[in-house]
Design a protein around this ligand. Structure first.
Ligand code: ADA
Length: 624
């Protein structure tokens, strides 16, 4: 038994501790505040007319009320093919003994076993078709090259990881079928993105995959394109992309509904193969979309025996000299660069992680996000719904002039650009389309850039078209685009003696100001600002490289400069969260093989820079 003389000191110490601790808690006055997420987005607005759940979790709403849909997500048999023998051995028809099962949507690079694997791999699953008919298979994103077999027969292939692709199979029978996919995540000098890109080339079927029974004449997609938005009326053009599997023109009735109300009905000839049908509608007293009031319209298009549901929003984004106007009012963009990346999920971000990222961005005070490639459609739906603009881009990242001069690369840029616009036209959150990022010595590539911009203008002229330059470098190619986008930081990161040096800061500012001197009539956006890495939790008194202090200071000084200049229309911090980077970047400026320039870490815990950015963004309110 313990004697009282022994336990008394313990009791006294414990009592002191308790009193001391509670006093400490009471007296605690931390300066960190947590601004609430704007009330307009909590809870997420419900839509009156198309709230049905998407069974594939591909969208925030159900995209059809007619088609039978089959979710092809789940466990697929998996085998890597490091010796690349699967084609010769006809794995498409005779799948070998699998090594394991992989959860789809998912990437093998997020599993312990295949963490580093880059090469071809094979996946297979069976599924049931409830009734015979024409079947359309849609893959939301397969990185990077793939071939697809149905019941041992090759039905199609695709290159480029970030846009969906569909394959149609006629007259599929009722019952069990097998889908086999070969995926290869090796990149090279002519891939898009190229080998050595500064993010991880996660391999796999990493976005939702599903099948649908479609009639012989069906809707591939439709775009609602605002022509004129005034306070009393908005004029809209509806463009329907149709597929007719027969070989004759057929006549079909088209009905169009907005918020459940029929607004158009007409008969249209639908040509065999792929074709486009257009009609116009108008809307009284339009409710415009903005980050402060992200109002969405619901719509449904019926074509004969098929239908599709989608949302759209109405907003006008224009430039008046260097000023950006959103719905006629001055607007500054404040955001973060976002990669599809998470230590546990890799590039296959599940819906709840996407939603949380969006809520963290809103809490930060952001009204925009930028990506190096199109994110998932679910991400875009969340941007629409929560009120975040998205600066969309194709992953033509840091090509050298010799690469940009190659027709094969330009054609891939054009193809991915087309697919990006085709998928995302209806999202009011789309701010701009970018043809690429930080092309090297891009002044040598004028003719190639002109070819790409000319192409982009044939695809869509209703959004800003741009490309992004590094380090505030500009030349005559910038005159070709609608807004000038540059990546810039006040202090350097890649220099040996990385320091927060005033002289260095003044030089960077002088370089940045040259943009306004040369292109005073165009809006300028800092597409990446403040990029500095920090090891989460590492602090010191000296503002030393890799410390949270260094990062916070560069983010604050670069961002504040950007927001204070009347001629600058805002920017996006580089970057939202820490991200894994390509194998070739394991050493040198990448800590543990990660690009640690996130203002939150990989698991989304805040660093000092997050709070500084939050303070900055919340002190520059945009008009409600
Ligand atoms: C550039 C590039 C980013 C990233 C960044 C960095 O700004 O656009 O993708 O590589 O540099 O971290 O250095």
């Amino acid at each position: 038994m313990m004697r009282i003389s022994t336990i008394l000191p313990i009791i006294i110490t414990a009592a002191f501790c308790a009193v001391g601790f509670s006093t400490l808690l009471k007296g605690q006055s931390m300066n960190i505040t947590f601004p609430e997420i704007p009330p307009s987005v909590l809870p997420a607005p419900r839509m009156d007319f198309n709230d049905g759940q998407d069974p594939m979790e591909c969208r925030l709403f159900r995209t059809t009320t007619i088609r039978t849909q089959i979710d092809l997500g789940g466990f697929w048999d998996f085998i890597p093919d490091a010796d690349d023998v699967g084609m010769d051995r006809k794995y498409g028809a005779e799948f070998p003994e699998p090594e394991t099962q992989l959860w789809i949507p998912g990437t093998w690079n997020a599993t312990a076993r295949y963490w580093q694997y880059q090469g071809p791999a094979w996946l297979q699953r069976t599924f049931q078709v409830p009734e015979a008919g024409h079947m359309r298979f849609t893959f939301g994103g397969v990185f990077y090259r793939c071939q697809v077999w149905l019941d041992g027969k090759l039905i199609g292939e695709n290159e480029g990881g970030y846009s969906p692709f569909s394959l149609v199979v006629r007259d599929i029978s009722e019952g069990a079928h097998t889908l086999t996919v070969r995926v290869d995540n090796r990149l090279d000098d002519e891939s898009l993105p190229k080998d050595g890109v500064d993010w991880f080339p996660y391999g796999g079927i990493f976005r939702p995959v599903y099948a649908e029974l479609v009639p012989a004449v069906f809707i591939d997609r439709y775009h609602v394109i605002p022509q004129r938005i005034a306070s009393k009326k908005a004029d809209l053009n509806v463009r329907v992309y149709t597929r007719n599997l027969g070989d004759q023109v057929t006549q079909e009735r088209i009905e169009f509904l907005i918020n459940g109300e029929p607004v158009y009905s007409g008969a249209h000839d639908i040509a065999a193969g792929e074709s486009v049908v257009e009609f116009s509608v108008s809307l009284k007293r339009p409710h415009v979309w903005s980050p402060a009031d992200p109002y969405l319209y619901s719509s449904r298009l019926v074509l004969g025996e098929d239908d599709q549901v989608d949302r759209f929003g109405l907003r006008s984004l224009t430039a008046e000299g260097y000023r950006l106007l959103l719905n006629g009012e001055r607007f500054k963009l404040m955001g973060a660069n976002h990669h599809d990346d998470h230590p546990d999920w890799g590039s296959a971000l599940p819906p709840h992680i996407i939603q949380r990222d969006i809520e963290i961005l809103k809490r930060m005070g952001a009204n925009a996000v930028r990506g190096h490639y199109p994110p998932s459609q679910l991400f875009m739906d969340f941007c629409d719904q929560y009120g975040l603009f998205f600066m969309n881009e194709v992953p033509s990242w840091q090509y050298r002039p010799e690469q940009l001069a190659k027709q094969v690369i330009k054609d891939k840029i054009k193809a991915q650009y087309h697919d990006m616009v085709y998928r995302d036209m209806n999202h009011p959150s789309i701010f701009s389309w970018s043809l690429g990022n930080e092309w090297r010595e891009f002044e040598k590539s004028y003719d190639d850039i002109k070819e790409l911009v000319d192409y982009a203008r044939t695809v869509d002229e209703t959004h800003f078209i741009t490309f992004i330059t590094g380090g505030a470098h500009i030349d005559r190619s910038n005159a070709l685009v609608d807004i000038i986008c540059t990546n810039w930081a006040k202090y350097q990161w890649y220099w040996d003696q990385t320091i927060l040096d005033d002289e260095v800061g003044e030089q960077s500012i002088a370089q940045l100001n040259k943009i306004h001197e040369s292109f005073g009539d165009k809006p300028v956006i800092l597409t990446e600002f403040g990029g500095s890495g920090s090891q989460a939790g590492w602090h010191n008194w000296g503002n030393v490289k890799w410390s949270e202090e260094y990062q916070a200071r560069n983010v604050w000084d670069s961002g504040r400069y950007g927001l204070e200049q009347d001629w600058l229309s805002g920017g996006c911090v580089w970057q939202f969260c820490d991200t894994r980077t390509a194998h070739v970047r394991m050493l040198g400026p990448r800590l543990r093989g990660w690009n640690v320039k996130g203002v939150v870490d990989g698991y989304r815990q805040p660093k000092m820079a997050f709070y500084k950015l939050q303070e900055l963004f919340h002190s520059y309110p945009n008009p409600e």
